[in-house]
Design a protein around this ligand. Structure first.
Ligand code: G3P
Ligand code: MG
Length: 255
């Protein structure tokens, strides 16, 4: 089993975006299981907090797009969320799929892959420092810290996470419109790694990444052509909805 330290020394790492979200409903145990079966070495998920301070795996601030629930996820309890169907929006055969807890995902991937826990921006008025403490404490309690990369667009959260000085690994996501050099973003947040979209990965940004040897992930890489461009521009983490497709592309490319 590879730890994060092992992964950063590889020429490229396929990261399953919200699990194998091209083939199964995003951020569910089924999507994560498919990504593991495909051989992804890292699984990316999004996390948020419920009213009873449980950490749940879900992308949007509101429930409508990827479940049969309504309203904001931060105003729901974990018990309410567990009653929802987070599968049938994607396909009838996924009906009954649940919104997982972070701990359930840890149990599934333990010993099989690393995890990228993306901490979603806080809701208005949410105590984001407390949220960071809860998420990092759950990770440490599950003994998953060496296998977990935290990331966020919310740089205050990242600064706070790194100020805890507990050996957490972190990557800064680049908010749209942020024009700073990558090296400056990392200095500012205390992160070791960086993640941006393929559109944001300009030749200038790529030159900065290469000059400072920064481990960079790029999303969303769903074709061989996109993978090729990302690799040319020095990205090493390929964040994809179709891990089996990108793994196959990289295998044939190496032959
Ligand atoms: O970590 C890459 C990607 O997940 C960031 O955007 O919206 O898909 O969570 P999003
Ligand atoms: Mg994400």
């Amino acid at each position: 089993m590879k730890s994060l330290e092992d992964l950063v020394s590889l020429p490229h790492v396929v990261v399953a975006h919200r699990g194998a979200s091209g083939n199964a409903p995003e951020n569910t145990l089924t999507a994560i299981g498919l990504a593991l079966e495909a051989g992804a070495l890292m699984i990316e998920i999004d996390v948020q907090l419920t009213t009873d301070e449980q950490i749940v795996v879900f992308h949007d601030p509101s429930l409508e797009r990827t479940s049969n629930g309504h309203g904001e996820i931060c105003r729901s309890s974990s018990a309410e969320l567990k009653k929802l169907d987070a599968g049938s929006w994607f396909g009838e055969r996924f009906r009954g799929e649940k919104i997982p807890l972070l701990d359930e995902v840890f149990q599934l991937i333990r010993g099989r892959a690393c995890i990228n826990v993306e901490i979603k921006p806080p809701a208005a008025g949410e105590d984001w420092r407390k949220r960071i403490r809860l998420i990092t404490a759950a990770t440490a309690a599950a003994e998953m810290t060496p296998f977990t990369l935290f990331s966020s667009f919310h740089h205050d959260s990242l600064r706070y996470l790194n100020s805890l000085k507990q050996g957490f690994h972190s990557a800064a996501l680049l908010p749209s419109g942020d024009q700073r050099p990558v090296s400056e973003v990392l200095r500012d947040t205390g992160c070791q790694a960086f993640v941006c979209s393929l559109r944001q990965l300009t030749p200038e940004l790529a030159a900065d990444i290469a000059a400072h040897d920064i481990f960079t992930g790029v999303y969303t890489i769903n074709t061989g052509q996109e993978a090729e461009l990302a690799l040319q521009r020095h990205a090493r983490g390929l964040v994809t909805d179709f891990p089996e497709r990108i793994l196959h592309y990289l295998e044939t490319r190496a032959q």
